[in-house]
Structures are given as structure tokens and as C-alpha cells.
Design a binder for this molecule. Structure first.
Ligand code: MN
Length: 250
């Protein structure tokens, strides 16, 4: 999809129409728009570093920082990008760039970690998990991936969030499979040490086993929850995992 840019025409359409046309139609309309070769996010990264290397901290730099943010570069990432570039472009240039970047990303401090987690994962974080909030400590999110044949849900936990102790019940079949997709979390069965979970880990939870799952204290965490088909399936929700028990994990 072509990037629509009219700044050139608005600023220089009368004075330098060819330059305005090249700016709007070729630079933005064609080069920036070749997303099949390099994403807008990557193009923003290259552009910001190239401008910083020249010591440009004018309105065009501010425009490209704002665009970089719109294209998905987070506050933590821009800090890392400018730090890295400082060694090659020059320390004072990084100082100047940071002053402007701080303003552009100023209101972003809280949202950043969640946005970063979403970028680490192909499945949506989804909506706040209000329906089950009473069985969780902290904020969780739920996104249904499959609601027919086999139920598959992406469950996301903010740092420190975990569900209560619970038991998946069924008279035959049933149980739950967790497939970890992003971040770092824990799974614990009653009477056993907690197991640390990373993307790619799979947990088979048999029926009748008391357990909980959730995020590490300092990391977002997402797992797919696969509801294994069975007869008379239900969840038996029990007491919360106490802060003392949760703190022992670390
Ligand atoms: Mn479970």
C-alpha cells in the first residue's frame, strides 16, 4: 500500500513543483511504500539513524521520530537504537536526538511493555478477560482462536498476574494443554515445584490435578489454552495463589 504524503506539495508545490512531486510521489509514494522488501518500521529505523548521523534535529527529524513511533518502534527500542547509533554517529548527536525522542515517546511509558509483548507474538493479546477476572490475581487478557471442534484460546497475563488454583474436571477425556507463545511464566501442580515456562514449552494438564498458571513477576506471558474435549467438562476454581507462595518462585 502506498504511503500518502502531501507535505512536499503543501510546502513547495508552487515554488518547486518537481521537488514536491518527487518527495510525495517517489520518495514516499514509491520507496517508502515497498513494504514487500522492507517494513515501514525498518525504514523508519534506517531513516532516524541516517538523520541523526547528520546531526539533524529539526522538524524533519521530529516528523520521522513520530512516524517511527506510529510504525511500531517502542520507547525502549528507540532508546536502544539511539544508544547503538551513538557509537558510530557520535555522542553529542545522540544527546541531541534523545532530547527530541523523549518528547515524542513521553506519554508511552506504561503501554510500552504490552506493545512489546504483542510484537513478540503472532496471536492477538485480545480483550481484558473480564469474564474470568474473579479467578485471577492481576490483569489477564483473552483472545479466542478456535471456538468449534477444539477450543483454543490465547491467554495473556500481565507481569505478576496468575490464575487461582483450579482443577479441570471431566468424567472422561478432558484436561487442558498449554502451549507457551511469548514471554515468561510458571506452571505449578500442588505438591510439586513450579515449572518455569518459555515460548515453545508445552504443558499437559490431566483432569483432577490441582494447579495454577501465570506470568513471572517481571514479564508478560502468553500461552494458548487448548481445552481437551471430554464428557461433563468443567473448571473447579479454588483459592488464589498467595503472594507468599508466588514470591517463593523467584
Ligand atoms: Mn488450567
Amino acid at each position: 500500500m502506498a504511503v500518502k504524503q502531501t507535505a512536499g506539495w503543501e510546502a513547495l508545490g508552487q515554488f518547486a513543483p518537481k521537488f514536491a512531486e518527487l518527495n510525495d510521489d517517489v520518495l514516499f509514494g514509491q520507496v517508502w511504500s515497498r513494504e514487500n522488501l522492507l517494513s515501514l518500521r525498518d525504514r523508519s529505523l534506517v531513516t532516524v539513524v541516517a538523520l541523526m548521523a547528520q546531526g539533524l534535529v529539526d522538524s524533519s527529524f521530529q516528523y520521522h521520530l513520530t512516524t517511527a513511533k506510529q510504525n511500531g518502534i517502542t520507547r525502549q527500542e528507540i532508546a536502544e537504537i539511539l544508544t547503538h547509533a551513538a557509537f558510530y554517529a557520535g555522542w553529542p548527536k545522540a544527546w541531541a536526538a534523545f532530547r527530541m525522542a523523549k518528547e515524542v515517546w513521553a506519554e508511552d511509558e506504561g503501554e510500552d511493555a504490552k506493545a512489546q509483548h504483542q510484537r513478540d507474538m503472532v496471536f492477538p493479546i485480545g480483550a481484558p478477560n473480564d469474564g474470568f477476572a474473579q479467578y485471577f490475581v492481576g490483569q489477564s487478557y483473552l483472545h479466542p482462536l478456535s471456538t468449534s471442534q477444539v477450543g483454543v484460546y490465547n491467554v495473556t497475563f500481565e507481569p505478576g498476574c496468575r490464575n487461582n488454583w483450579h482443577i479441570h474436571q471431566a468424567t472422561s477425556g478432558g484436561g487442558q494443554i498449554l502451549i507457551c507463545v511469548a514471554g515468561r511464566g510458571y506452571y505449578q501442580e500442588e505438591g510439586s515445584p513450579a515449572r518455569e515456562l518459555h515460548p515453545g514449552d508445552v504443558v499437559n494438564i490431566p483432569v483432577g490435578v490441582k494447579h495454577w498458571h501465570g506470568a513471572a513477576p517481571d514479564s508478560w506471558f502468553s500461552h494458548l489454552a487448548v481445552e481437551v474435549p471430554g464428557v461433563d467438562c468443567s473448571n473447579q476454581w479454588l483459592e488464589p495463589v498467595s503472594q507468599a507462595d508466588y514470591d517463593k518462585l523467584i
